[in-house]
Design a binder for this molecule. Structure first.
Ligand code: UD1
Length: 365
């Protein structure tokens, strides 16, 4: 009686969503739920998409919309228009959307307009920075969705403050599920060593850096000073460059590979975990990488004014640096190159079994 089974459609499109999809797809595969994957095509470079499907054992998408890049309105609008007929034909019990990208918002809008229930994974995160495209996407998605799957107590508090407590469930963070599983495999020697940029010696101290947010890449002056600060650091920096960073740097005439900085391609997930484990610290504006650094016990320096993951700031495991000039500040040994704190880390992100909880919650509703 296939038709009596619960049917869930996951909508993904950008790299961080594929990381979250991996443990979810595995948990659905071990359940009676019928799970289908729609890839919007927001990310289309192999480095940002295919390597995650292959490397994390995610089944191929059932539908690929091939949307590609564009302004926020164009990208979101095209995705919405392309999703309508697919969701109408599939008519699942639930649409599951992930995180805070334009694909998340488009998936939510298409589903709610067709009276299909929406579950939002990673609900309740807030930066309270209303200039961030991700903040618009999160707030709008949470208010439209029927079920809010929150990763942390802090996220639950944000949802309650916005009158959304009745729809919220604390499930934990699925990124713990995948990050710790891959860490154990990397430590057991199951993956090749990461392909670090030329010029980085994997056996000597180095920092892992990533930079891709619009707030950091799109203003030429700000991008210049961020890159200058990275190049001045006293430790080699492996800058794993997102295509957006390469495009903006080229446009604004900012040379990336100089001084301490060596530039490489984005890494597949297991290689990224290996690169962080081999490093003395991380410098980033990514949300996911801040948390991965925390889970892997490497100090993180975050090139932003705020974070959606404030738990990482406790005891100095993560440090916010809004002003590029402060990156190498000498109050300790320099922010980015400070040693790892000695404090024990708490487990605010859960026990690594969040994906199972997500599946059980959807089955039970
Ligand atoms: C998107 C998400 C962001 C997430 C990030 C992870 C939104 C609003 N932002 O940002 O929350 O942290 O993904 O990477 O949804 N590009 C390529 N190849 C690709 C994809 C993008 O070259 O496969 C380049 C294009 O120049 C494009 C630019 O990157 O215009 C930005 O891509 P876009 O999908 O708009 O957002 P991201 O910056 O990747």
């Amino acid at each position: 009686m296939e038709d009596s089974l619960v049917k869930v459609v996951s909508i993904v499109g950008a790299r961080p969503q594929l990381v979250k999809l991996a443990p979810i797809a595995a948990a659905f595969a071990a359940s009676d739920v019928r799970h289908m994957i729609i890839h919007t095509g927001q990310h289309y470079d192999a480095d940002l998409s295919d390597v995650f499907f292959d490397g994390l054992g995610i089944p191929d998408p059932d539908v690929h919309l091939g949307i590609g890049s564009g302004s926020h309105g164009v990208q979101t609008g095209r995705t919405l228009a392309a999703l309508d007929p697919v969701l109408e034909a599939e008519h699942p019990d639930w649409v599951l959307v992930y995180g805070d990208t334009n694909s998340t918002l488009a998936g939510t809008l298409s589903a709610v307009k067709q009276h299909i229930r929406v579950a939002h994974l990673e609900a309740g995160l807030r930066s309270f920075n209303r200039r961030m495209p991700e903040e618009h996407n999160r707030v709008l998605t949470d208010h439209a969705a029927d079920l809010l799957l929150a990763p942390t107590e802090e996220a639950m508090r944000h949802l309650a403050a916005e009158g959304l407590a009745a729809r919220a469930e604390l499930v934990g963070d699925v990124m713990v599920d995948i990050c710790l599983r891959i860490r154990d495999a990397v430590l057991a020697g199951a993956h090749p060593r990461p392909a670090l940029p030329p010029g980085i010696d994997a056996d000597a101290p180095y920092l892992v850096a990533t930079l891709h947010r619009a707030e950091n890449t799109d203003d030429p002056k700000h991008l210049h000073s961020l890159v200058d600060a990275l190049t001045d650091l006293p430790v080699p920096v492996a800058l794993l460059a997102h295509p957006r960073l390469l495009a903006r740097a080229e446009e604004h005439g900012v040379k990336l590979a100089r001084g301490a900085v060596s530039v490489g391609r984005p890494l597949p997930y297991a290689q990224m975990v290996g690169a962080v484990l081999g490093s003395v610290g991380v410098v980033t504006d990514s949300g996911g990488l801040q948390k991965e650094a925390y889970l892997l016990a490497r100090p993180c320096t975050t090139l932003r004014t705020e974070t959606e993951w404030p738990e990482t700031l406790v005891d100095g495991w993560n440090h916010l640096v809004p002003r590029p000039g402060d990156l190498g500040a000498t109050e300790w040994t320099g922010l980015a190159t400070r040693p790892a704190p000695t404090a024990e880390r708490a487990t605010p992100y859960g026990d690594g079994r969040a994906a199972e909880r997500v599946v059980r919650t959807l089955e039970g509703k």
